[in-house]
Design a protein around this ligand. Sequence first.
Ligand SMILES: NC(=O)c1ccc[n+]([C@@H]2O[C@H](COP(=O)([O-])OP(=O)(O)OC[C@H]3O[C@@H](n4cnc5c(N)ncnc54)[C@H](OP(=O)(O)O)[C@@H]3O)[C@@H](O)[C@H]2O)c1
Length: 345
Amino acid sequence: LKEKASMAESMINRRLILQRRPKGLATWEEVVLRDEPVAQLQDGQVLIRNHYLSIDPAIRDWMSDRPSYLPPIPLGSVVRSTTVGEISASRHPNFVPGELVVGLNGWEDYSIAEGDQVGKVRLEPGDAEQYYLSIFGAVGLTPYFGLLAVGKPLPGETVLVSAAAGAVGSLVGQIAKIKGCRAVGLAGTDEKCRWIVEELGFDAAINYRTSPDLVAAIGDACPNGVDIYFDNVGGAVLDATLLNLAKDARIVFCGAISTYNSETPVPGPYNLWQILARSATLEGYLVSDYLDRFPEGIEQMRKWVSSGQIHFKEQIIDGLENTLDAFNLLFEGRNEGKLLIRLAV
Ligand SMILES: NC(=O)c1ccc[n+]([C@@H]2O[C@H](COP(=O)([O-])OP(=O)(O)OC[C@H]3O[C@@H](n4cnc5c(N)ncnc54)[C@H](OP(=O)(O)O)[C@@H]3O)[C@@H](O)[C@H]2O)c1
């Protein structure tokens, strides 16, 4: 063990460090690539050789210093992200080298983590390790708990979802269909709209970028009103949806990507009165609140994927040096499914 630990000290770690807080899209001025020696492992810690890094919109929120559900990434520290990797040295009794783990680490080749803070990746036949960052990670479990536990869909209800061709949104619509609901998606290109209807089985799709009147377009696609709005974007789309709520509607407030790069405080929503007018609820939702139920969610997603009821896409990009460019695809709507960076596998 000691030999491994001292080996770690002599290893060089490529890390993406948050140098300054971005204004707008993050650039290489704010996030810098540095070579640093791997720190010495302490009792209770594990050294992880990262195989895959997760690229998530929420990381942009953590780069800023506004109050959030996690503290801001400290300046001078590695950019925080979930990773899947292999234990290369362990000073924790539950882990041995070679085991695969998932945890909240960073955009870097090697991460040092408290053993108590990482989970084992258990692969069944047909599973791939990066699924723990996609379908068995936040991307699969966010729609699962958000729609079922917060939205509480009933057969026949209308579920509207924004960023509907994205990693989370595409699963929301498919789960809504499994539960007997009408699924309507909002997406940013005609091609995405076609994909969610023709390949994923959504009932209707709206290109929110080209609709001249979004309030009317949502009204046309949801003639009985919106019973559940699964919001991934906030902003103008949320406002247009508020004017189309059915009585007792539920809004699952899951994300607000349209505001993550804002340089000024975000105004609105302007139509909040509709929450009262429709006896609706708007509930802030974090998948991490359901951590103790993750095994149940993983089991169900595995069943739905293997029975062909759920389809999901991963977009895997090689190389730590491409991480920031990949990250910005999210805010330009140019990602195709769950974005991952592959390091050594
Ligand atoms: N609450 C939680 O626990 C939790 C957990 C995971 C993720 N999330 C949230 O879920 C949302 C989706 O995340 P994801 O990982 O699945 O990403 P994603 O949907 O795969 O990618 C982001 C998509 O957002 C859309 N978008 C980008 N800028 C936009 C803008 N200004 N206005 C409207 N839409 C915009 C783009 O699609 P278009 O081309 O359609 O515009 C883009 O492809 C994010 O808000 C994220 O923060 C929340």
